[in-house]
Design a protein around this ligand. Structure first.
Ligand code: SF4
Length: 435
């Protein structure tokens, strides 16, 4: 049995601090004369940055996950949403978020801080609807939503100039809308800097994930959740971009010194879509078998920016743009081109694209098998997941499925899932190595 050295990730507590500061900043924005806005984790958060240094955001999916992590809070939020008449099969993050508004409770303490405006984008069918309801619940908050659903990027499709123009035009219109809505003058320099930070954060996070090809893996997926979340909060924030540089250096050093996330690593798996946030101990259970979950297309590509090369069958971190944009138009265009390549956007168009990228991870990250979460809480990322299962199996990798919900713990059975893990380990020929 392997017995690799292991160490606590030194920069982990810094990631926690950044997250805490982010949520506090949003709540306290008005006390500092600032403004606050809400939108999704995929929204172009670099754009509102041009309104000034004291503009604070709350992104919805990580906030929904934070609610879900707190079982008591989440149950009350779900019940509040259901009592208000919202169906139980809608996006679980969205229901947590709506419940939080309905209860007027912020998951980090105090009443829910009302936003000044909504800045959202739309690819999943829940995105715009989510904030239409938020606007209504809060008494009519101004909202701008960018439609990004222009079809797949290379290599699955072609990002023609007209597609990029279509999305860029919405962003440029959105900047004028932001000026009118807030009464502030827009600063192009701040916008350009925020775009550059966005490219830095999302490119660097992909490079960190690439380091997990190493055996032993320097990071396990449970730890990665506390790290990738920063890009979902505010990828255009310089603090986040700088943090990922520091993290990259630390993880690279771990690889060079053979430092393992799981010291008895004897098999490697990946997961898919969001985990059941109230039951992350599932990942600790894997460790009893000496199994490390090295990430997933979700963990790598929700915010990380990659290029998929069908010729080599590999995913490689997308290189930074060659030069920093110099004008508002250039920055908006580069921002759009960059984000339309997001791996997690591609599989909204065809589940086969997702299968190809998942098989690439199986091959290049040296996996023994895959654990697929049939996640009832997210129809967007679970789309076609049963087809992914077949494709991964055809590529020669055993697949375990488990049903659950990332944000509604009433739909997840930990005991039964652990039994499925036991059976899967038998399939992989892996025996328990710790109690
Ligand atoms: S269903 Fe999934 S992809 Fe859609 S908004 Fe909810 S969490 Fe996001």
């Amino acid at each position: 049995m392997a017995n690799y050295p292991t160490e606590t990730l030194l920069s982990w507590s810094k990631a926690k601090e950044i997250r805490e500061t982010y949520y506090k900043n949003y709540a306290a924005a008005h006390d500092k004369g600032g403004i606050r806005w809400v939108g999704g984790a995929w929204t172009f958060d670099a754009v509102p940055a041009g309104l000034g240094g004291n503009v604070y955001s709350l992104t919805s999916e990580p906030y929904g996950a934070s609610c879900a992590f707190n079982k008591d809070f989440s149950t009350r939020a779900m019940e509040a949403a259901e009592t208000a008449g919202y169906a139980r099969d809608l996006c679980a993050y969205m229901r947590n978020y709506w419940g939080s508004i309905l209860m007027d409770e912020y998951a980090f303490g105090g009443p829910f801080p009302k936003p000044d405006f909504i800045w959202q984008d739309h690819i999943c069918c829940s995105h715009a609807k989510w904030y239409q309801v938020v606007s209504e619940l809060e008494g009519g908050i101004p909202m701008f939503c960018v439609d990004v659903a222009v079809g797949p990027a290379e290599p699955f499709g072609t990002l023609t100039d007209s597609k990029i123009d279509y999305v860029t035009g919405q962003i440029l219109d959105g900047i004028e809308w932001l000026e009118k809505t807030t009464g502030r003058t827009y600063d192009d320099e701040l916008f350009i800097e925020a775009c550059w930070n966005d490219f830095r954060s999302t490119s660097r996070w992909a490079q960190v994930c690439e380091l997990n090809k190493a055996v032993p893996a320097p990071l396990d997926e449970k730890t990665m959740y506390s790290l990738y979340v920063l890009a979902t909060l505010q990828k255009s924030w310089g603090v986040v971009a700088d943090y990922y540089d520091e993290l990259y250096d630390e993880v690279k050093d771990r690889v060079e010194r053979g430092i393992a996330a799981v010291p008895n690593e004897q098999a490697r798996v990946m997961s898919d879509t969001q985990p059941p946030w109230s039951a992350l101990k599932l990942f600790r259970y894997l460790e009893q078998y000496g199994v490390v979950s090295v990430g997933s297309l979700y963990t790598f590509g929700l915010e990380g920016m990659w290029d998929f090369d069908p010729a080599t069958g590999d995913l490689v971190p997308r290189p930074m743009p060659e030069k920093k944009p110099t004008t508002r138009e250039e920055a908006a265009r580069e921002l759009v081109r960059w984000h339309l390549h997001k791996p997690e956007y591609q599989h909204f168009y065809d589940c086969d694209y997702k299968s190809q990228m998942m098989v690439a991870i199986c091959k290049n990250w040296g996996l023994s098998g895959v654990m697929l979460h049939y996640n009832r809480g997210c129809e967007g990322l679970s789309l076609g997941i049963a087809e992914n299962r077949l494709a991964i199996q055809e590529a020669g990798y055993p697949v375990m499925t488990f049903e659950g919900n990332m944000g509604d713990e009433r739909e997840f059975d930990l005991g039964r899932t652990m039994q499925r893990v036991d059976a899967f380990m038998e399939t992989l020929g892996v025996k328990k190595v710790a109690a």
